[in-house]
Design a protein around this ligand. Structure first.
Ligand code: GLN
Length: 337
């Protein structure tokens, strides 16, 4: 499925336009740090929008599965906050942008904490807080939460998981450094296994849109009605995504696009418009900062056209988009959940 879905609606037309404008952009390179990621089809491009009322709009390849990679980080952080509360999690994981690469082996020198939950160190620390009597139960708890946020049962890409495990010595070094400073407790191999598994969960652009809408909807999946995350943690998760979610482009992203977002090396981007929308984009070619080239263009375009930036003059309240979506009524596609 590589032709855009031209639903005759305002949002549908904008997605169609974004697809048309950007699907031939050929800049960037597919991640190859493990061979499996290098096998992705660089032509794939999909964008999906899901409202908190459950309306879905999409264009392009929204059914193609890819590994979620670092887009798992906000969800594992949300799990930690839901299970342990803000104060405990804050004692282990900071909230400052790091200014270093996402996989750097560096902790805050004053506190010994990882800088934030969107870099590998922070995500490994969050993984150490997942609850369960053994690693199998914790892995299932993680998969169950991701599935509940997506509204369908997700699964692992076993060969990506194997490769992440085989090549993950940098992440091992980060984990042992945190163990040394008492930032994580327990069995390091098991914690890393949870981290490698969370990176290897298969999703589609549509899944990302639903997962984003679950955050936008204050932790409740708008399609299933299931409450996945404690409402009080959403503010914390979105704040850290807003300041740290797009690698070394996070400041410029906040400036130009202005929505909490997270990207991953497989080419996914998840965006959240508070109380309104989840946005999922997928295209595997990455720019020099590790963000999907077409995905960045598509979300920037949507933000500009719909006035989604948190501080845009048109964005005057939590339901400023409602009128547009109401006028779209009936034109949304039925998501395959
Ligand atoms: N699995 C990757 C790693 O740990 C995550 C990369 C990413 O999406 N930034 O290095």
């Amino acid at each position: 499925m590589s032709s855009p879905n031209a639903s005759p609606t305002i949002v549908g037309n904008l997605l169609h336009e974004a697809y048309k404008q950007f699907h031939e952009v050929d800049d960037g390179t597919v991640a190859t740090y493990i061979p499996e990621l290098g096998k992705a089809d660089p032509g794939h491009f999909g964008i999906c929008v899901m409202s908190v009322d459950g309306d879905c709009y999409e264009s392009g390849d929204c059914d193609v599965e890819f590994t979620i990679q670092s887009i798992s980080k906000p969800f594992v952080y949300a799990m930690a906050l839901t299970d342990h509360g803000r104060d405990m999690v804050y004692s282990r994981i900071g909230v400052e942008p790091s200014g270093d690469a996402f996989n750097s082996i560096v902790l805050d020198q004053k506190t010994n904490r990882p800088f934030n939950a969107m870099v590998n160190a922070g995500a490994i620390a969050a993984s150490s807080l997942i609850q369960g009597v053994n690693v199998e139960e914790r892995a299932e708890a993680q998969m169950a939460v991701f599935s509940a946020a997506a509204g369908r049962r997700l699964r692992l890409d076993q060969s990506v998981y194997r490769s992440e495990t085989e090549t993950g010595n940098r992440n091992r070094a980060i984990a042992w450094l945190m163990m040394n400073f008492g930032m994580i407790e327990g069995n390091v191999d098991e914690i890393l296994s949870l981290y490698f598994q969370q990176c290897s969960i298969l999703v589609t652009a549509r899944d990302l849109a639903v997962m984003g809408a679950t955050l936008a909807n204050m932790g409740t999946n708008p399609l299933t009605g299931e409450n996945v995350f404690e409402i009080g943690c959403i503010q914390d998760v979105l704040s850290v995504m807003f300041t740290c979610g797009m690698y070394d482009y996070s400041g410029e992203w906040a400036f130009r696009v202005g929505i909490p977002a997270k990207s991953g090396v497989a080419g996914g981007i998840l965006g959240v418009v508070n109380r309104q929308l989840g946005i999922g984009a997928y295209s595997p070619k990455l720019d020099s900062r590790g963000n999907s080239v077409r995905g960045v263009k598509a979300l920037t375009y949507l933000s500009e056209e719909l006035g989604l930036h948190a501080f845009n003059f048109m964005n005057h309240g939590s339901h400023f988009l409602k009128n547009v979506l109401d006028r779209d009524g009936g034109g949304a596609v039925t998501p395959g959940v």
